[in-house]
Design a protein around this ligand. Structure first.
Ligand code: MRU
Length: 370
């Protein structure tokens, strides 16, 4: 997508053909800084420190992280150790496991000297696939935005979409998941306005979603996290679309903390609540959202807030009285019954086991064990 009118992806191979470039998401929207990753350790740090984040981008970065590790030696021990290091970076987004298992399946049977090149090829394939899949999610979700437009009293008024966190192109390799239908609507000439939840504590909505929508010239307003219910009661939201970090085989959805409350409010107000996801975000081994590991991050993400001072410097300040404790659960689970439908690259389906298997029939055996 666009940055200052120039096309970018969130991750790419550097000109030298081996190092990896990423956009440092910890300093957006105030600085646009590109980082170069040269080692496994740098890739793992980029994921755990959230220089890159968002389920699909975490998977893509892990795939490249493995390739970087294997440049320095690709025996079995090094391969397994590198995968273990990357797997430990963040616990909730299942795309990390998906990408690493796919890489290990490919690389384990190969001779040592062939592994690094194969890992690079696979990482590039994971990225290209992600771009195509997200674009398809956009086309599938566009149908739902069209339906919302047709239902409006005045169809020339913008369709009002509420989203939580950042599930745009910055969270993927390109296009995004939840934001992809919005970008598709723009291409189709449908006016859209997006309510952007600020998404405390890290403010991915205020700093990342607002930034990327602005770069794409899409109308949006940032709202405090607790505003959504009020807007819904007043008829100011036509539909909600969020992303997900892990979806169970039965359609429970784990996403950024606060998603569940938005789904409850949408349910209470009869507003469709859609979740957009690539197939790689489905954990076919799980039947219960309660079994999804929920990441707990540092308390300082809650007790402090970062921003830009008037003189342009970036700073972080204390919010809490001295001595108050803060707790930081990064994700919550929205039960399938609150999800109106899942938007995937293969189509839109009910958030149920049968709904998902209707689109992904090849996973039936795996899902039976869940
Ligand atoms: O903690 P983050 O910023 O990695 O959380 C990201 C989200 O919760 C996204 O909504 C999710 O990964 C879907 S991204 C396409």
């Amino acid at each position: 997508m666009q940055v200052a009118g120039r096309p970018y992806r969130s991750i790419w191979l550097d000109e030298d053909g081996w190092a990896v470039r990423i956009i440092d998401q910890t300093v957006l929207p105030h600085q646009f800084r590109i980082l170069r990753l040269e080692t496994l350790e740098e890739a793992a740090h980029a994921i755990s420190d959230m220089q890159v984040r968002g389920a699909p981008l975490i998977g893509a970065t892990a795939a490249y992280g493995l390739a970087l590790a294997l440049r320095e030696g690709a025996d079995d021990q090094r391969l397994e150790r590198a995968a273990k290091t990357l797997m430990a970076t963040r616990p909730t987004a299942v795309n990390l496991r998906w990408a690493l298992e796919r890489a290990l399946d490919l690389l384990r049977p190969l001779p040592t000297q062939a592994r690094a090149a194969a890992a690079y090829e696979l990482a590039a394939e994971v990225c290209e696939e992600d771009v195509a899949v997200n674009r398809a999610i956009g086309e599938q979700g566009l149908r739902l935005i069209r339906i919302a437009q047709e239902r409006k009293k005045d169809p020339s008024e913008p369709v009002q979409v509420l989203t939580h966190c950042n599930a745009g192109w910055l969270a993927t390799v390109d296009h995004g998941t939840a934001l992809s239908p919005i970008y598709a609507a723009k291409r189709a000439g449908i006016p859209v306005h997006v309510w952007v939840d600020e998404t405390r504590p890290r403010n991915q909505g205020a700093s990342l979603t607002a930034w990327e929508l602005g770069q794409e010239e899409i109308e949006h307003s940032v709202i405090a996290d607790n505003t959504g219910g009020h807007l819904m009661q007043r008829g100011l939201v036509d539909l909600c679309i969020t992303g997900t970090d892990r979806t169970t085989a039965t359609g429970d959805v784990c996403n950024k903390i606060g998603t569940y409350l938005k789904a409850l409010a949408a349910h209470d107000n009869g507003i469709p609540f859609y979740v957009a996801l690539p197939g790689s975000t489905i954990d076919w081994t799980l039947a219960e959202g309660a079994a999804i590991p929920i990441e707990e991050r540092g308390a300082e993400e809650v007790s402090r807030i970062a921003g830009r001072l008037e003189d342009g410097r970036l700073a972080s300040v204390d919010l809490l009285p001295q001595g108050s404790r803060a707790v930081n659960y990064a994700f919550d689970v929205t039960p399938a019954r609150l999800v109106s439908a899942l938007i995937t690259e293969r189509g839109v389906c009910p958030a149920t086991r049968e709904g998902l298997l209707g689109l992904f029939p090849e996973r039936r055996e795996e899902a039976a064990g869940a």
